[in-house]
Design a protein around this ligand. Structure first.
Ligand code: AMP
Length: 433
């Protein structure tokens, strides 16, 4: 067992060790290829933003702003927050960098860590990575469908199985206020039966009662008025068009009238993509679903944060959850290219010159392993054997003085001395065989 050190990673955060990096790299490669194909430009924003960006953008009544932000006061007295999500920072960057004057739509993607002070549990961390795609300046429902398609494509390209896409519309400022009134009066009449959190939600953000997972709220929810019956004409048409586009592209989806998402800024379309761990019999029914992606349309946010009214649509995916799923579904990653050549050196002069030889091989793109810290030939050959190396180069005092090097075939033990300036060519020829 690893020794317990005096210092530990902050709760809910983790190191990404070398053996895990291959997953992040694979996800990054797939996402960046797809981003490139669909014409998205990559953006990075600072890890911290002014706290107010999130309280204004995401909304004071959300858990993220209310309970989960890491806030720090700078020496200058500014109040900054570690970013809990990327959409508000992207909107800030879009406005601040004059992207409203560029030809629209402006399409951006990102890949990096977020911070939320949540109760850590499996798949829920305090530092986690997200990638996402956001489109600004396009109101057509085809964009909503395309955003769903892009995330679906990423997950499929990563070979993830059992994906479920759920969609809903939460209307806009025309129809949502009336629906919220209906909902408030419905739940007010049943307030005694709601869980403690939902009693609070009833005052602060009634829509959130719809995605409550508490047992006692389920039956009350199931008879609540549904937003799809109360959408205004424009939102209704928009939603119908989104579904037709999804049908056209052949993305399987389910309608979920209770999907409202945790953030205040959404308008019209909202969606999530889950993976269903059907096969895992040890899990409770409700923990079989892992939320991988969430997003939707947010036509008001750019204006709320100080820009011109600009329609926008996008989503974010959780990278740790995708990585964990790739592992549990036993998705194979490309094998790391192992070194086929080992450079063994003997004596001070040879050791010094070996550093140069290594560089010649690096430039020729041939991976060479070494063990410069060891002086005995036997120890170095043992190491080469352990790496399963095909050829070992032996370079001692005599060879260094004569400008030659020995190539040893590790399978049959045959050795041949070649000129140092020919060694790369010689190795290339042998590796081709
Ligand atoms: P959200 O920004 O809350 O819509 O989340 C988008 C996606 O990020 C979710 O579907 C999850 O995959 C992932 N995610 C959100 N919160 C966490 C967390 N605390 N730990 C790990 N992944 C998360």
């Amino acid at each position: 067992m690893a020794k317990k050190s005096k210092f530990q990673c902050p709760i809910g955060m983790h190191d990404i060790l070398p053996e895990e990096q291959a997953y992040y790299q694979k996800i990054y490669d797939v996402v960046s290829n797809i981003a490139d194909f669909y014409g998205f430009g990559k953006i990075d924003t600072p890890i911290v933003e002014q706290e107010e960006l999130f309280s204004k953008g995401i909304g004071l009544a959300t858990d993220i702003v209310n309970k989960e932000m890491y806030i720090l006061k700078t020496k200058g007295g500014d109040s900054l927050a570690l970013r809990p999500e990327w959409t508000a920072p992207l909107v800030r960057a879009y406005i601040e960098n004059g992207m409203q004057s560029l030809p629209q739509p402006v399409k951006l993607w990102y890949f990096g860590p977020c911070y939320r002070y949540e109760r850590p549990q499996a798949g829920r961390y305090r530092q986690f990575w997200q990638f996402g795609f956001e489109t600004f300046g396009e109101s057509s429902p085809v964009i909503d469908a395309q955003i769903v398609q892009i995330f679906y494509n990423v997950l499929q390209e990563l070979k993830l199985k059992n994906l479920i896409t759920e969609v809903n519309s939460i209307g806009d400022s025309n129809c949502r206020p009336y629906y919220k009134k209906l909902l408030t009066s419905y739940f007010r009449n049943r307030v005694a039966s709601l869980c403690v959190d939902c009693k609070r939600r009833l005052k602060e953000n009634v829509l959130r009662i719809l995605d409550c997972q508490e047992e006692k709220c389920q039956s009350i929810k199931s008879d609540a008025p549904q937003i799809l019956d109360h959408l205004c004409e424009e939102c209704h048409k928009h939603f119908k068009d989104v579904l037709e586009f999804l049908d056209e592209i052949g993305i399987p989806y389910e309608l979920n009238p209770y999907l409202v998402r945790g953030l205040d800024y959404y308008t019209k379309t909202v969606f999530e993509i889950f993976s269903n761990k059907k096969e895992d019999k040890s899990l409770e029914e409700d923990s079989k679903r892992v939320a991988l992606v969430g997003g939707g349309r947010y036509d008001k946010l750019v204006k709320v944060l100080g820009g011109r009214e600009t329609p926008a649509c996008g989503a974010a995916a959780g990278i740790e959850r995708i990585k964990d799923l790739m592992k549990s579904q036993e998705i194979k990653l490309p094998k790391e290219v192992l070194a086929q050549v080992f450079l063994a050196q003997l004596g001070g002069l040879a050791k010094r010159r070996s550093l140069k030889i290594l560089e010649i091989f690096r430039k020729a793109k041939i991976k060479v392993a070494e063990s410069f810290g060891r002086d005995s030939l036997k120890a170095q050959l043992n190491r080469a054997d352990r790496f399963g190396i095909k050829y070992t180069l032996i370079f001692g005092q005599k060879e260094a003085l004569e400008g030659v090097i020995i190539i040893r075939d590790m399978q049959n033990g045959n050795q041949e001395t070649v000129k140092l300036d020919k060694v790369v060519e010689e190795i290339k020829q042998r590796l081709k065989k």
